[in-house]
Design a protein around this ligand. Structure first.
Ligand SMILES: Cc1ncc(C[n+]2csc(CCOP(=O)(O)OP(=O)(O)O)c2C)c(N)n1
Ligand SMILES: [Mg+2]
Length: 387
């Protein structure tokens, strides 16, 4: 994995040669994988023998609304960063179906361990979107109480949350509860040792956890073919649990597949790896420039598979929503954008010393030392002090 700002100088195409030889090397395991799909990019409803779902018109409209509002919130946050109101933003553009589908599969008592990009899942959990922005503005270390929505704080240390999720899920099993745990991570994270260790522990201890990998094709400037020689979902097999690849731009399929994996976990049958095959349509973060490592036609190809557009096509074709309904939603989106803007601009700057609070629940000697050093530094600016 490379670090932001050190991206390759020239954009390059995904190396077909590498993937072809990878396929050959891995033999039968990597025969062209089938995606679970229930709604095609053209908005056609299709059946799947193993996964199906029967949703009411209200539920279908609800999923559409969730995706539209999440995209609107995300666009607002990107703009706020460009205006200097946020230090950084990690956009989920293109990944709305993966997040809303999986997020709406969860029960209230399930527990979520997200990365830093799970704004759609946060929305499904009922975390107020404005609370997601404090950390990106640099005014707090998190912004919400994880226990009130069973939605853990955003985790930046790649892959580490899969271990937290596994440990938590082992605890759930020991408590005899029938709730499940879901860990989100990316294609790049799949190369981390933490993720492999999570797979081993969860399999051996039969932990009720779903590993939800959003394969958005890129880990900053590194393409997925640099992470694996087999399709990611096939990794699960070697650890002794099932893996499934789902069309990550199909909200219905993501809902059906995640629901099934959660139910399996609840029945005490252990973990499942879900690979949601999707695409990061924006930059890695607002500090990244994807034009330095990928070509516009790649993005254009994925735009044709847009998760929101295909559900809109379906809703319109089946006459499940009319023009007035879409207009109302547009107005709701605009007012969400306004609310987010106003809330961010009104966020008070914290006292400088507050950054040392809540790093550890019970304090820590190193943090105490850093606090004292910083206090001395601040005091050196006091009037009359000899500098
Ligand atoms: C342990 C660790 N190594 C490196 C980084 C720097 N880093 C931040 S995001 C990222 C790429 C992650 O890619 P992926 O897992 O595919 O998730 P995505 O950002 O695409 O959602 C890297 C290398 C980090 N945050 N933590
Ligand atoms: Mg990625």
């Amino acid at each position: 994995m490379t670090v932001e700002g050190t991206a390759a100088r020239k954009p390059r195409r995904s190396s077909k040669r590498t993937s072809a030889s990878a396929t050959k090397a891995a033999g039968a395991l990597s025969a062209e994988p089938q995606l679970v799909q229930l709604l095609t990019p053209e908005g056609e409803r299709v059946q799947h023998p193993e996964y199906d779902i029967d949703l009411s018109p209200d539920e279908l409209r609800g999923l559409y609304r969730d995706m539209v509002l999440t995209r609107r919130f995300d666009a607002e946050a990107t703009s706020l960063q460009r205006q200097g109101e946020l230090g950084l933003w990690a956009s989920l553009l293109g990944q709305e179906a993966a997040q809303i589908g999986s997020g709406r599969a969860l029960r209230d008592d399930d527990y979520v361990f997200p990365t830093y990009r799970e704004h759609g899942v946060a929305w499904c959990r009922g975390v107020d979107p404005t609370n997601l922005l404090g950390m990106f503005r640099g005014v707090n270390h998190g912004g919400w109480d994880p226990t009130s929505n069973n939605f853990h704080l955003y985790t930046i240390v790649i892959g580490s949350q899969t271990l937290h999720a596994t440990g938590y899920a082992m605890g759930v099993a020991k408590d005899g509860a029938d709730s499940a745990v879901i860990a989100y991570f990316g294609d790049g994270a799949s190369s981390q040792g933490d993720v492999a260790e999570s797979f081993t522990f969860s399999a051996v201890y039969n932990a009720p956890v779903v590993f939800f990998c959003q394969n958005n094709q890129w880990a900053i400037s590194e393409p997925t073919e640099k992470q694996t020689r087999v399709p990611l979902y096939q990794r699960a097999q070697g650890f002794g649990f099932p893996g499934v690849r789902v069309d990550g731009n199909d909200v219905l399929a993501c809902l059906a597949v995640t629901r099934s994996a959660l139910e399996r976990a609840r029945r005490g049958e252990g973990p499942t790896l879900v690979e949601a095959f999707t695409y990061r349509m924006g930059a890695h973060t607002t500090s990244d420039d994807p034009t330095r490592y990928r070509l516009d036609d790649e993005r254009a190809a994925w735009e044709a598979k847009d998760p929101i557009l295909r559900l809109r096509t379906y809703l319109e074709k089946e006459r499940l929503a009319d023009a007035a309904w879409f207009e109302e939603l547009e107005a709701e989106s605009e007012s969400l954008g306004k609310r987010v803007r106003e809330a961010v601009r009104a966020m008070p700057d914290p006292e400088h010393m507050a950054m040392f609070d809540h790093v550890y629940a019970d304090g820590h000697a190193l943090v105490d030392e850093e606090r004292a050093q910083f206090a001395a530094y601040q005091a050196s600016f006091a009037d009359g002090e000899d500098k």
